[in-house]
Ligand binder design. Structure first.
Ligand SMILES: Nc1ncnc2c1ncn2[C@@H]1O[C@H](COP(=O)(O)OP(=O)(O)OP(=O)(O)O)[C@@H](O)[C@H]1O
Ligand SMILES: [Mg+2]
Length: 310
C-alpha cells in the first residue's frame, strides 16, 4: 500500500475521492531562453546588466486545520485572498504564469514531475521563503487550483513561522521521512484558504540531508506528483551554495525557481547555482528586491527573470 493510500485508508476515503482532472492552462507561450553565452564580469546582479536578468483533496476529518491571519500577512507584503489588483498580485501573476503552464497540459510535455516546483537561491536571505509563500498563495487563490506548500528548508524552517502557524509539537516532513509510524495525514495541514495545504519541516534532525536524499523521499516526490496531477507542490529550500540539500531536492522536482537578490548576489554565484541545476528540466529566475524605475517613482518588488531550460 502506498504512503498516500495508507493515509486515505486512515481517513476512511475512497480512491475516487482523490482523483481529479488535471488543470489545463495553455494560454501562455514559452518563456524566453536564458543565455548561457560568454562569461560576464563578476558584479552584483542588477536590473540593467547584460545577463538579461530583468526585471483532493479529500483528506477530511483527521487532519489538522490551521488558521492563517490574512491581515497580518498583508501587512508583511504577502498576497492574500482579499487582494484584487495590488502590485504584488500583478507581479506574482507574471511569475506564476510560466510555472503553471509548464506544470500541466501541453506545457508539461517532456518535463518529469512538472507539477513539483522547488524555490531556491544561491545564498541565504535572497527571498526564497517570501517567494515560495507568495507563489503558493497566488496560485491557491485561483478558484480551480490546488497547492501544497512544503517547508523543505529543514535545517532553518521558516514557512510556519512566517505564516504564524508555528507549533513546536507539530510533525512534518522530516518526521515522516524518519518514522515509519508517521503517516501522510499526520503531516499535511489544511488551511483556511481552500486549495492551500501545508507540510511543515518537522523536527530538527542531525541527518536531515541523508533523509532528504533517501529513497523514501524520492518515492514521496514521485507519488506526490503522480497521485495529484492537478496539484502544484511548492518546496521552500535551503540556499544552493550554502548547503547540499537544495541540490538534492532539485533533482526531485520538475521546475526550479532560482531567486536572485538584486544589487547583491554576484553573477558568479548565480552562474554557479545555474550549473548546479543543470540536471533540472526547467529553471526560472526571479529577480527579487529590485528597484525598478516607474513613472511614479521607485518601488521595491520583483522582476520576472529569465529561464534556463535544457
Ligand atoms: N520582494 C520582497 N519585498 C519585500 N520584502 C522581501 C522581499 N523578498 C524578501 N523580503 C524580506 O527579506 C527577508 C528575507 O527573505 P526570506 O526569508 O524569504 O529569505 P530566504 O531566502 O528564505 O532566507 P533564508 O536563506 O534565511 O531562508 C524577509 O524579511 C522577507 O520578508
Ligand atoms: Mg527561507
Amino acid at each position: 500500500m502506498s504512503i498516500i493510500e495508507k493515509a486515505v485508508d486512515k481517513a476512511g476515503l475512497t480512491g475516487q475521492e482523490l482523483e481529479g482532472a488535471p488543470d489545463r492552462d495553455e494560454t501562455i507561450g514559452a518563456a524566453p531562453s536564458f543565455s548561457q553565452g560568454k562569461p560576464l564580469p563578476d558584479k552584483p546582479m542588477s536590473t540593467s546588466n547584460e545577463a538579461g536578468l530583468r526585471k483532493r483533496d479529500s483528506f477530511k476529518g483527521t487532519q489538522e486545520r490551521v488558521e492563517i491571519d490574512w491581515g497580518r500577512l498583508a501587512q508583511m507584503g504577502f498576497v492574500t485572498p482579499s487582494d484584487v489588483n495590488t502590485k504584488t498580485i500583478e507581479e506574482y501573476r507574471n511569475i506564476k504564469r510560466p510555472l503553471v503552464y509548464n506544470a500541466f497540459g501541453a506545457g508539461s510535455i517532456g518535463i518529469a514531475r512538472s507539477n513539483l516546483i522547488l524555490v531556491t537561491s544561491s545564498v541565504p536571505g535572497e527571498g526564497k521563503t517570501f517567494t515560495a509563500i507568495n507563489l503558493a498563495l497566488s496560485i491557491a487563490n485561483e478558484r480551480d487550483k490546488k497547492v501544497l506548500l512544503i517547508d523543505a528548508d529543514v535545517a532553518r524552517p521558516s514557512v510556519s513561522k512566517t505564516l504564524g502557524i508555528n507549533s513546536p509539537s507539530r510533525l512534518g516532513l522530516i518526521d515522516y521521512l524518519e518514522n515509519e509510524n508517521v503517516d501522510y495525514a499526520d503531516i499535511e495541514l489544511l488551511t483556511n484558504m481552500q486549495g492551500l495545504r501545508i507540510i511543515p519541516a518537522g523536527k530538527l534532525h542531525k541527518y536531515s540531508t541523508e533523509l532528504l536524499s533517501s529513497n523514501k523521499m524520492v518515492l514521496f516526490a514521485e507519488e506526490l506528483s503522480n497521485r495529484y496531477p492537478d496539484r502544484i507542490v511548492i518546496f521552500d529550500s535551503p540556499p544552493l551554495l550554502a548547503a547540499t540539500q537544495g541540490e538534492v531536492l532539485a533533482k526531485l522536482v520538475g521546475q526550479v525557481v532560482l531567486v536572485v537578490e538584486a544589487e547583491k548576489t554576484l553573477q558568479s554565484m548565480v552562474m554557479e547555482s545555474v550549473n548546479k541545476l543543470s540536471v533540472c528540466d526547467v529553471v526560472l529566475l526571479v529577480f527579487n528586491k529590485t528597484l525598478i524605475s516607474l513613472s511614479d517613482g521607485y518601488y521595491y518588488g520583483y522582476g520576472y527573470g529569465q529561464y534556463a531550460s535544457n
